[in-house]
Design a protein around this ligand. Structure first.
Ligand SMILES: [Fe+2]
Length: 241
């Protein structure tokens, strides 16, 4: 099985705390491709207080994606951002300071782990009210969400997509996190599983293992939606890779 789509990763090198060198980025893409990934959206961190650190991603993306496309012609690469929530996200996007996912209306938003659950819910709703579809990055990282899964379930009921990290789903971030992820998956409340890969030392960029695990526990149809079809739709691409 291949055709996985990684909606959230820090493989683009030298632009955030993810891959630091082009060799790291190449190793991450090689690992992702060999495990079956065929679409990758690079999502460098965007922090409104550190705007200058995010500059230069477009140029790096152009040269690096040209090299990777030459090596892997069936690989689709696109650019987005993982935006640290701030009140002026819509304005930041419209003045070009930060990016949606592949130029769509979907925005990948993260919060700090200690942010209040009510604040997170209200904040993502406010982004939706501005005409964007917020995707909540690694919901399992927020402490309030972890202890009260009702927060995540209520967002899913409102059709606000929730993204989980593959490592959390397979148990690499501890039992409590895994249990939370499995509760959401059992309820069908997670929309996307992505790598959030930063470091070539870890196998996070390899989605194949996670796909097989989720298929065996929650069914192959849901797994295909989480790893393939839904993230491609969020990137404005045809569901099948
Ligand atoms: Fe991330």
């Amino acid at each position: 099985m291949n055709g996985f789509c990684d909606l959230h990763c820090h493989i683009l090198y030298g632009v955030d705390d993810g891959a630091q060198t082009i060799d790291d980025a190449r190793a991450l893409i090689d690992g992702a491709y060999s495990s079956g990934t065929r679409t990758v959206c690079f999502t460098p961190h965007y922090n409104p207080l550190r705007e200058l650190e995010s500059a230069g991603a477009e140029e790096t993306f152009r040269s690096f994606s040209a090299e990777m496309k030459a090596k892997y012609p069936d690989l689709t690469l696109c650019l987005g951002a993982e935006i640290l929530y701030h009140q002026r996200i819509a304005d930041s996007i419209s003045r070009g300071a930060c990016r949606t996912l592949n130029g769509t209306r979907f925005v990948l938003i993260e919060f700090l782990p200690d942010d209040d659950g009510d604040y997170i819910v209200q904040s993502v709703e406010s982004v939706a009210a501005r005409g964007y579809t917020p995707i909540l990055a690694h919901a399992e990282r927020d402490h309030d969400f972890l202890s009260r899964p009702g927060y995540a379930l209520s967002l899913a009921e409102q059709e606000i997509p929730i993204q989980l990290n593959v490592r959390s789903v397979i148990g690499g971030n501890g039992k409590k996190v895994k249990k939370f992820c499995h509760l959401l998956l059992k309820e069908g409340a997670a929309a996307v599983i992505a790598s959030d890969a930063h470091d070539p030392e870890y196998a996070d960029a390899r989605l194949g293992e996670g796909f097989r695990y989720v298929s065996s526990k929650f069914g192959s149809e849901y797994a295909r939606s989480l790893f393939c079809a839904t993230p491609r739709t969020f990137l404005g691409l045809e569901p099948k890779g």
